[in-house]
Design a protein around this ligand. Structure first.
Ligand code: AMP
Length: 472
């Protein structure tokens, strides 16, 4: 069955990319793709307000692959990438590498992903071959530049992805160092979910007369994610979670805890309740993280318990259930968390187990997303609902409606109004929660090459907890 890709073709994409898109099953460009692709193909700089889940990765990857293919500058040289994609976390780097691989599979371009926490030697070896597209976290990139393994002198296209998160994680100095090493003549693209004054300042120093595009943060407006709150005493949260999973027979649940220790404990306790679950966070070895994530993705693990940074960038199509076992201290993390479900056109459900101590956090989240999340009472587990002063709906959470995977349209993301704490640069994030684990994340896809030289190396890297937030 051939897919009608006329909407992608109208954006100006070449047949090799349309063929790759056809293989993914996408039929319609998402709003960020429809806006960004023609602009990037045109060669100008871009400032894009879009977060993970909007289809932004294809929004920059497709046109940059095309520009590199059509460039008259010719082939890449060893250690001298023509395109640099900087990301805050290893996991996002791996995810982007996978997308580059997917969309570039009919093109002769080479890509490589490098990040910390794994053996550097395979990455050094891989950089001895020509690399067109280098996807990197800042720390490992600077390490390899310092060792004269990588030079940025030939970079024609720079992508800074999740720029807000990079600043939150303390990468500004690393980014500035990298910027100094780039040629002045280049195309630069900056993607950020939010626009604080710091991001605007960074954009100003980085971009030359950029075009601006913006899509609504998916989860602040989408109806695709059904959000509910269950008020539950702290001591009974585990019981409630086990009940929900069992009663609804949830097949694939991503559960968020605040701390690594809490994630471990919960995974263990769920195991005792007969629910197979594993934890993923920065104190786990790379191998353990890789294993947990791939089991979760292939459906053989029912529950993955994660901390915020570890889950950053986890992209699982049609992930039906996300549970906030504890609310995040940073309201925006709620949006990121529930962004794991209801992605690109499929339905999902986000359940938050809230105890009285968390009511303030809940109110902060509701202010951020601009709506009240329905409180749903679970029989026998009534928590301190009165503390909320809000209607309690007398029913239990329903399993989400599932959609078929083919022919999904992504018209859920509409253009327009941004919300989510961006207006005056008044971000709540970045500090304050104290339990972000710099540079966690999994990296289960190693190599990430359009035409292969795998080099993200394999598992090593336990990271000391609570160090400076570095992805590498
Ligand atoms: P991203 O925002 O780049 O993290 O992408 C989120 C998800 O959307 C990924 O699972 C992509 O595979 C998917 N996606 C990207 N573009 C499209 C599209 N045009 N139609 C349907 N799904 C898409």
């Amino acid at each position: 069955m051939s897919t009608d890709l006329s909407k992608f073709a109208e954006l100006g994409l070449i047949p090799a990319l349309l063929d790759a898109i056809a293989d993914t099953g996408y039929t319609t460009p998402t709003p960020i793709q429809a806006k960004a692709i023609p602009l990037v193909l045109g060669g100008g700089d871009l400032l894009a307000a879009a977060q993970t889940g909007t289809g932004k990765t294809a929004g920059f990857t497709l046109p940059l692959l095309q520009r590199l293919t059509e460039s008259s500058k010719g082939r890449a040289k060893p250690g001298r990438p023509r395109c640099l994609i900087l990301t805050p976390t290893r996991e996002l780097a791996a995810q982007i590498a996978e997308s580059v691989n997917t969309y570039g599979k009919h093109l002769p371009l080479k890509s490589l992903v490098i990040f910390g926490g794994v053996n550097v030697n395979p990455q050094r070896m891989a950089m001895r071959k020509p690399v067109d597209i280098l996807i990197a976290t800042p720390g490992r990139l600077l390490d390899l530049i310092g060792q004269n393994i990588v030079s940025l002198a030939e970079v024609d296209i720079l992508v800074l992805d999740e720029a807000d998160r990079m600043l939150d994680m303390g990468f500004i100095h690393d980014i500035k160092k990298v910027l100094k090493l780039l040629p002045k003549q280049r195309q630069s693209l900056l993607f950020s979910a939010t626009f604080s004054n710091d991001i605007r300042k960074l954009a100003h120093s980085l971009l030359d007369s950029p075009q601006e595009v913006s899509v609504t943060p998916r989860n602040t407006t989408t109806e695709l994610v059904e959000q509910v709150v269950h008020m539950v005493d702290k001591s009974r949260k585990r019981e409630v979670l086990a009940k929900l999973i069992k009663d609804h027979n949830w097949p694939q649940v991503l559960v968020f805890t605040k701390t690594k220790h809490g994630a471990n404990r919960l995974a263990e306790q769920l195991g005792k309740d007969g629910i197979e679950s594993l934890a993923i966070h920065g104190n786990k070895s790379q191998a353990a993280r890789t294993k947990a994530l791939s089991k979760f993705k292939d459906g053989s693990l029912q529950v993955l318990v994660a901390t915020d940074i570890a889950a950053r960038g986890i992209d699982i199509e049609h992930l039906p259930n996300v549970v906030n076992y504890e609310l995040p201290h940073v309201s925006e993390d709620y949006v990121h968390r529930i962004g794991r479900t209801g992605r690109a056109g499929s339905n999902g459900q986000a359940v938050s187990l809230v105890n009285v101590d968390e009511v303030k956090l809940l109110r902060g989240i509701e202010k951020l997303i601009g709506k009240t999340i329905p409180r749903v009472e679970i029989e026998g587990f009534t928590g301190h609902t009165e503390a909320l002063g809000s209607t309690v709906v007398e029913r239990q959470a329903r399993p989400p409606r599932r959609q078929s995977s083919k022919g999904r349209s992504s018209n859920n993301q509409g253009g327009g109004n941004r919300q989510a704490g961006e207006a005056n640069g008044n971000r709540q994030g970045g500090s304050g929660n104290g339990n972000r684990q710099g540079g966690e994340a999994n990296g289960n896809r190693q190599g990430g090459n359009v035409n292969s030289h795998g080099a993200s190396g394999n598992a090593q890297g336990k990271r000391p907890a609570q160090r400076r937030r570095r992805a590498s």
